[in-house]
Design a protein around this ligand. Structure first.
Ligand code: F6R
Length: 364
């Protein structure tokens, strides 16, 4: 069943290029995203003035990137909420709001309750779900199925990637519907998305380098992820993955926020994974990395191939394949999953079934 891999998690990490193709390719028509197979009518996205994305855990992290993408491309305000918070804060919604819920299992109790709450308010709901026939898939007004295939490992990997790919398609589709981009621009973005998907194969090739590097993480207690913009959202996912399966305490920080408190935790030898995949944010990011380096941090820099970064800024560098900045999270998440995986294996953890966690969280 594990197809020659030691764990389901590793198998699922390696399945990502396939899962992404299966999810995206059938939804490309004439070089543009199309949700015709999902019965989402043409012009659907024109109706909405506000988007509310609701999910839990890893699915929420895909939603956070979705917010950045939709706001950047379509210029529609997007709120993101953890489902268990959304439910109890009396959220403001009306007929011009689209509530998007994201769930691998389609059974997460809080996400399902959030969906029901939105429906009670008469708000249009769209669910991005991996498990066909699940409660969320049955109850949402519109469903976009992801085709990750069954995800067995408790830690979500391929489901996140396909959720993210759908967020890209929605953002492009909305931007076009709102006339924020031209059809040609939408085609270019769609082609960049397809290219990013093919490039995930190259990210996977970093596996050996990662495995060798993380040997130093065997007896670790704490680790920090730093990033700005899309890299911050990515860092949150990298941090969650490492925490849940390796039991290392870990935090993801928006790099600019460090100096508002957390930098006091950075002392000699503290490991920092610094994400720097966004050209426009690079100077600021480099200065944040210098701040932690000067306090003795052990910095693994994850950047984009070809970025010019002085050698004294980092301890070791992991270079992601260079694609358009906007699409870097698609190739960037894979090394973070591999860091979590190899660290957990090294520490003798039960990778596929971490303690206290269930694959489907059906309690509130
Ligand atoms: C983390 C993880 C969880 C789930 C969360 C939501 O690796 O798997 O954080 O993402 O419990 O689950 P779904 O997507 O099934 O609603």
């Amino acid at each position: 069943q594990k197809g020659g891999y030691d764990h389901f998690m590793l198998k699922e990490i390696y399945e990502q290029p396939r899962a992404l193709r299966d999810t995206v390719h059938p939804r490309i028509s004439d070089g543009l995203p199309s949700f015709e197979m999902d019965d989402v009518p043409e012009g659907f996205f024109k109706r909405f003035e506000k988007i509310s994305i609701v999910a839990c855990g890893t699915a929420m992290h895909a939603g956070m990137l979705g917010k950045a993408l939709i706001e950047k491309l379509a210029r529609i305000p997007v709120e993101t909420d953890i489902a268990s918070e959304f439910r109890y804060r009396n959220p403001i919604m009306d007929k011009t709001t689209l509530v998007i819920v994201i769930s691998q299992s389609g059974e997460t109790a809080d996400t399902l309750a959030a969906l029901r709450l939105a429906k009670q308010h008469g708000v249009t709901t769209l669910a991005i779900v991996n498990v066909t026939g699940s409660s969320i898939a049955r109850e949402a007004d519109y469903i976009i199925h992801t085709y990750a295939g069954p995800e067995i490992a408790v830690a979500s990997t391929k489901a996140y990637s396909v959720q993210l790919s759908v967020m890209y398609m929605i953002a492009i589709k909305m931007a076009l519907a709102k006339q924020e981009i031209t059809t040609n621009q939408a085609r270019e973005l769609t082609s960049s998305l397809m290219h990013a998907i093919e490039t995930t194969e190259k990210s996977i090739l970093l596996d050996e380098q990662i495995k060798a590097y993380i040997k130093r993480y065997e007896n670790l207690n704490d680790l920090f992820f730093l990033g700005r913009g899309l890299d911050y959202a990515l860092g949150l996912e990298g941090s969650l993955k490492l925490k849940e399966i390796s039991y290392i305490h870990c935090e993801a920080y928006a790099a600019g926020e460090l100096k508002h408190g957390t930098i006091s935790l950075i002392t000699d030898g503290v490991p920092v994974v610094a994400l720097a995949t966004q050209e426009i944010l690079l100077p600021k990011m480099v200065s944040n990395i210098r701040e932690v380096r000067s306090r003795g941090a052990d910095v693994l820099l994850i950047c984009k191939k070809g970025m010019r970064i002085d050698r004294d800024v980092y301890g070791e560098k992991l270079e992601l394949p260079a694609i358009d900045d906007l699409f870097m999270p698609i190739v960037g998440v894979i090394p973070l999953q591999l860091i979590a995986y190899h660290t957990a294996v090294l520490r003798g953890c039960d990778v596929d079934k971490p303690r206290n966690l269930a694959k489907s969280v059906t309690v509130e």
